[in-house]
Design a protein around this ligand. Structure first.
Ligand SMILES: Nc1nc2c(ncn2[C@@H]2O[C@H](COP(=O)(O)OP(=O)(O)OP(=O)(O)O)[C@@H](O)[C@H]2O)c(=O)[nH]1
Ligand SMILES: [Mg+2]
Length: 145
């Protein structure tokens, strides 16, 4: 989120949430950045009402914990408040060697089985910003549909 805003990116974990307004291509985003730590995830559902897009940032180097992202993803998709939400998954940290490709993550998460929500997976590197706008482009196209 802060890379998109050309701000200094903080490297400390998000505690609670941060909300920012980002305007891009005439689209006004109200983005909530919600902390992903274990203890914070139980509070995620309090943010769901009215959400149009979920952006799930995956650490593509973390093979051991991908199953956690998978479980959280499917829990979100099953939540009534998110029934109309579309999902953008960022396969982040593509700059690091040994990182999983977006295709590999897609397969591990069994994304092709997701039929009741629009979804898209985008390889990216938050440090350089590579891929971030391609992800937003997909969101923009979803809005224009
Ligand atoms: N090499 C590399 N490091 C990254 C990239 N994106 C994030 N990081 C690093 O990963 C660490 C965690 O980044 P955060 O932005 O705090 O991660 P987060 O997902 O917001 O974590 P929570 O706030 O706890 O949910 C930091 O040290 C970042 O610098 C990337 O694309 N490449
Ligand atoms: Mg954070």
């Amino acid at each position: 989120m802060y890379s998109l805003m050309n701000e200094v990116v903080h490297t400390s974990p998000t505690i609670g949430s941060n909300v920012e307004e980002v305007t891009w291509k005439n689209i006004h985003f109200l983005m909530w950045d919600i902390g992903g730590q274990d203890s914070l995830r139980t509070a995620w559902s309090t943010y769901y009402a009215g959400t149009q897009f979920i952006i799930l940032v995956i650490d593509s180097t973390d093979r051991e914990r991908l199953h956690i992202s998978k479980a959280e993803l499917y829990q979100m998709l099953a939540n009534e408040d998110l029934r109309h939400a579309a999902v953008l998954l960022y396969a982040n940290k593509q700059d690091l060697k040994g990182s999983m490709s977006s295709a590999e993550i897609s397969q591990q998460l069994n994304l092709t089985s997701v039929k009741d929500h629009a979804w898209h997976i985008q390889a990216c590197c938050a440090l350089t910003g590579e891929g971030l706008y391609q992800g937003l482009e997909w969101i923009a196209n979803q809005i224009r549909r």
